[in-house]
Design a protein around this ligand. Structure first.
Ligand code: BES
Ligand code: MN
Ligand code: ZN
Length: 504
């Protein structure tokens, strides 16, 4: 979709749909809504006074202008109560408005960011609106062959402002939001892809393609190289599959040579059957999403490079299937990880922490200023926090605080779980150093505790995205299915830490 930012007025623009907002329960209109209303003899105040429209969050009214404006339709969207206003609500409201407009078979919309005295910086408002529209209109259709003509796509979104200086600021913020949103959509696409079309090799090819032309170096290790490196935990998980594993390394060097790397590590299980400890068949199809952490990492590196953030960043994605088979690793096996530490396999379904262990150890080669891993790691995290929350664990309070601050901006929900030393007892191995499952109690935490043993003492945060990676019910700007969770969070964290860079 093309995003235009221009000098102009919503009352004067020729568009199929001019979008304005209204706060719930307010009799008076503000901002652009007031101006359009005035020009058209009070047709918005009328739907409010008649009770047709209250401004309830996501409520939408479409009014035909009949020539009182160059705009053909006026779309009024409710923002809910003014006291509850947030950028998150703005994202949701604009997403809903855009979805409604698309359903009318209209392919273009325009708005201005004049919402009538709200306390939100122009760049933040721009980002929220652009994100809402781009993320809310997502649909995954490459495998739909019947009736493709009925798939509706929007082509243009225009933002207007009367002031040249504001236009510049909006244009900048819109470009940033577009880069970040496109990265989220990219992540959603690779998570949505079925496992037969998104093997470890395919995922590595996606990483390579995303590096191309973007100042990112991509290196992919194949089975032989993984063996040579000594990543036996990753290798062990891969043995049951005919598909060879891949270890994906993406380097973006946007900072000074001397400045340290941030390492992002993402779980890249392209299908998790559970292996020999096979999962129940119900909902097993959802396990194509077990590479959502890896997808988020690839997408975040891509966005950081496109934004030209002044920093050095490495993305690491261990990728493999987890299948049963004659060569598969088995409960009771012991694997010697890249760190040299040994791991006893209690269940082959706790595979994510194994491949992450090797990737976390590999991250140590960069002597990173911080390591952040993202993984659809445990069902236990969903049990603990529900399916809309990211479980956070980590060793560095400042880093955790930075993640919280980033999440507060992006609307992704993060909640910390403790890593007290009592949990270590549960993952002590009998014959080996560690075991790969601590049992049911505190399952999300013992998984985190396990990972902590492979972080080499670097500041580290683990984000368990098992819940929010895949939505069974849509949210205001996340259609059901792959959410792309973590991408905006990571990029916001990096932007906060390194401020804005020069775009390239
Ligand atoms: N990929 C799963 C976790 C998962 C479950 C993600 C549901 C998304 C939705 C992971 O590999 C797994 O199987 N974890 C096990 C660990 C247990 C065997 C120790 C789990 O959570 O049941
Ligand atoms: Mn598993
Ligand atoms: Zn898994």
């Amino acid at each position: 979709m093309k995003i235009n930012v221009r000098k102009g007025k919503l009352t004067e623009v020729t568009t199929e749909a001019a979008v304005v907002t209204h706060f719930e329960g307010e009799a008076g209109l503000g901002g652009a809504a007031a101006k359009l209303n005035e020009k058209c003899g009070g047709f918005i105040s009328e739907i409010i006074s008649q009770g047709d429209f209250t401004g309830r969050l996501h409520q939408i009214s479409v009014i035909y202008s009949h020539g009182c404006l160059p705009a053909k339709r006026l779309v009024v969207v409710g923002l809910g109560k003014r006291v509850d206003f947030s950028p998150e609500r703005l994202r949701g409201a604009f997403s809903k408005a855009a979805q409604q407009i698309r359903s009318l078979n209209v392919s273009e919309l325009a708005t201005s960011l004049d919402f009538g005295s709200i306390d939100l910086a122009l760049d933040r408002a721009t980002e929220a609106v652009v994100e809402g529209v781009l993320l809310g209109l997502y649909q995954y259709t490459p495998f739909k062959t019947i009736d493709r003509e009925s798939i509706r796509e929007m082509s243009e979104f225009t933002i207007l402002d009367g002031e040249e200086s504001a236009v510049k600021a909006i244009r900048n913020a819109a470009k940033t939001a577009e880069i970040v949103s496109e990265a989220v959509l990219f992540a959603r696409d690779i998570v949505s892809a079925p496992a037969n079309e998104m093997t470890p090799t395919d995922l590595a090819n996606e990483a390579k393609a995303s590096a191309k032309g973007r100042n990112i170096q991509c290196r992919v290790f194949d089975t032989e190289e993984i063996k040579e490196l000594g990543m036996n935990a990753l290798l062990g998980v891969s043995l049951g599959s005919e598909q060879p594993p891949r270890f994906i390394v993406l380097e973006y060097r946007g900072g000074k040579k001397s400045s340290p790397f941030i390492a992002l590590v993402g779980k890249g299980i392209t299908f998790d059957s559970g292996g020999i400890s096979i999962k129940p068949s119900e909902k097993m199809d959802q396990m194509k999403t077990d590479m959502a952490g890896g997808a988020a990492v690839i997408a975040a590196v891509r966005a950081a490079a496109e934004l030209g953030l002044p920093m050095n960043l490495v993305g690491l994605v261990p990728a493999t299937e987890n299948l049963p088979g004659g060569k598969a690793y088995k409960p009771g096996d012991i694997l010697k990880s890249l760190s040299g530490q040994t791991i006893e396999i209690v269940t082959t379904d706790a595979e994510g922490r194994l491949i992450l262990a090797d990737a976390l150890t590999y991250a140590g080669r960069y002597k990173p200023a911080a390591i952040i891993d993202l993984a659809t790691l445990t069902g236990a995290c969903i049990v603990a926090l529900g399916d809309h929350v990211i479980g956070m664990m980590g060793t560095d309070d400042e880093l955790k605080q930075e993640i919280r601050e980033a999440a507060a901006v992006t609307g992704e929900k993060v909640w910390e779980l403790p890593l007290w030393e009592e949990y270590d007892e549960l993952i002590k191995g009998d014959a080996a150093d560690f075991k790969n499952s601590g049992g049911r109690a505190g399952g999300a935490i013992t998984a985190g505790a396990f990972l902590s043993k492979f972080t080499g003492g670097y500041p580290w945060v683990h984000l368990d995205i098992a819940g929010p990676a895949w939505l069974t019910k849509e949210k205001p700007y996340i259609p059901k299915g792959a959410s792309g969770v973590g991408v905006r969070l990571l990029v916001r964290f990096l932007r906060n830490r390194y401020r804005e860079g020069k775009r390239r």
